[in-house]
Design a protein around this ligand. Structure first.
Ligand SMILES: Cc1ncc(COP(=O)(O)O)c(C=O)c1O
Length: 448
């Protein structure tokens, strides 16, 4: 199970579930012409999703509306976590934009209120927060801080990690493919897919210890072990709960820091806790946050132990022009309100369990489907080859069939063989029904 597999994205810089430009002639005239305009003006590194790319013009709650007025159920996007265009968040943005929009060089009670409220959701050891605009910037800052504090360079990551697009975040993101080189001081480890109980934890700790030893053999000391605590790009691995704990102990024993990249699991996604690291019962030195933090406004950041920031903060300075600006903070504060008022963590747990059991029942006994993993409203369902088509091909066809039946999902994993199901947290039972109807139709299309 843990054998390294050939990387899909490594072969061509291609993205899982990317639009295949060679099929442009199959598309409707408007879609075709927009893709052609895009090619002319946008840099060529962007990728569109789906064989038949989508053009949305409006969003509301779990619904997106395309240019032809078709309603599409969003079971994929985790940025609009409290729902597309949530009225409370929209009003907070509007009101703040009409009042004042400045930066962290000025005193602002609202920034302090938000910082206090956000830190109250974290482990008490994380007592300082710094704001950025993107998760990549926050990871970049976390790496700088970790290296500054430890005076070391080595970084351990998971085999198919994704941590972002700045130079240093890309250098710890093997899922970007083999044309984006990892840093020489970076070691990627395997994950205990298919393992249960303590065996998974022990195996993970052994991988981390092996990587530390290999770094030291090359004269490099460990600065940090950084993981997405749901391992989304690796194929989604949530269980067994706590399997990270011995690995984190090994990192601390080597004087390294543990950075929890909470960009995917954070803000209640797992339905069990606000943060993915809390599910594992581990205490990070730095927790990186992003995506759903402002429900679409560009706000991200990191919470850290103040002692780790001390020397960095006294010997260097940090100003991020837009990071923590008044409007982004207003959006982020409104997100916390909605999460509380609508009890979204509990809802993610209850609706996530319903969705999971319905999917389990639907695929029971079907050889094309493998393991179903995940937590709360973040599920990964492995596909298996059927003799004529491999798992990657089946997953891609399934994702596109769901899209044609009006539901957005995508795929993930080393070979893009795992269906990625990750709806906004405001998903309800009635949406599970609609999701399952499309799921059955996709099964009929793809695996009959
Ligand atoms: C785990 C993880 N970390 C970091 C990032 C980068 O965040 P951003 O796109 O906001 O720079 C992402 C984005 O997908 C992510 O999934």
């Amino acid at each position: 199970v843990n054998e390294p597999r050939a990387e899909l994205v490594g072969r061509s810089g291609e993205m899982v579930n990317a639009f295949d430009a060679s099929r442009i002639d199959d598309l409707a005239p408007r879609t075709r012409s927009m893709i052609q305009r895009r090619r002319k003006v946008l840099g060529p590194a962007y990728r569109l999703q789906y064989a038949n790319p989508v053009e949305f013009v409006r969003g509301e709650g779990v619904w997106l509306y395309d240019v032809d007025g078709r309603q599409v159920l969003d079971a994929y996007n985790n940025v609009p976590s409290v729902g597309h265009c949530h009225p409370h968040v929209v009003e907070a943005i509007r009101r703040q934009a009409a009042t004042l929009n400045t930066n962290t060089r000025y005193l602002d009670a609202k920034v302090l209120d938000y910082a206090e409220a956000l830190l109250a959701t974290h482990d008490e050891a994380l007592d300082n927060v710094m704001f950025t605009c993107t998760g990549s910037e926050a990871n970049d800052l976390a790496l700088r801080v970790a290296r500054y504090h430890t005076r070391a360079e080595g970084v351990i990551i998971s085999r198919h990690a994704y941590h972002g697009v700045t130079a240093s975040a890309a250098a710890i993101s093997p899922s970007l493919g083999r044309h984006v080189p990892l840093g020489r001081e970076v070691r990627a480890i395997g994950l205990p897919f298919g393992m249960t109980g303590y065996a998974a934890a022990a195996w993970m700790a052994k991988e981390v210890s092996g990587a530390i030893a290999d770094l030291e053999r090359h004269g490099i000391q460990l600065a940090a072990f950084i993981v997405d605590t749901l391992f989304a790009s690796d194929g989604i691995l949530a269980d067994p709960r706590g399997f990270l704990a011995p690995a984190v102990e090994a990192v601390h024993a080597a004087s390294g820091l543990f950075i929890a990249d909470e960009v995917q699991p954070g803000f209640g996604r797992t339905g069990e806790a606000m943060w993915g690291y809390q599910r594992h019962g581990v205490k990070p030195d730095i927790a990186v946050m992003g995506k759903p933090m402002g429900n679409g406004m560009p706000i991200a950041g990191m919470a850290a132990r103040s002692r780790i920031l001390e020397r960095f903060g006294s010997e260097t300075r940090y100003f991020n022009t837009f990071g923590g600006n008044s409007v982004s903070i207003a959006a982020a504060a409104a997100v916390l309100d909605v999460m509380h008022d609508e009890d979204l963590i509990s809802r993610a747990r209850v609706v996530g369990l319903e969705l999971r059991s319905r999917i389990e029942a639907a695929v029971y006994g079907r050889i094309e489907f493998g393991e179903l993993r995940g937590a709360g409203l973040y599920l990964g369902l492995d596909m298996r080859g059927d003799g004529t088509r491999d798992a990657t091909q089946l997953a891609t066809e399934f994702v596109n069939s769901m899209r044609n039946h009006g539901v957005l999902i995508s795929a993930t994993g080393v070979q893009g063989e795992t269906l990625k199901i990750r709806p906004p947290l405001v998903f309800r039972d009635e949406h599970v029904e609609i999701f399952m109807a499309a799921f059955s139709s996709a099964m009929n299309d793809i695996v009959q």
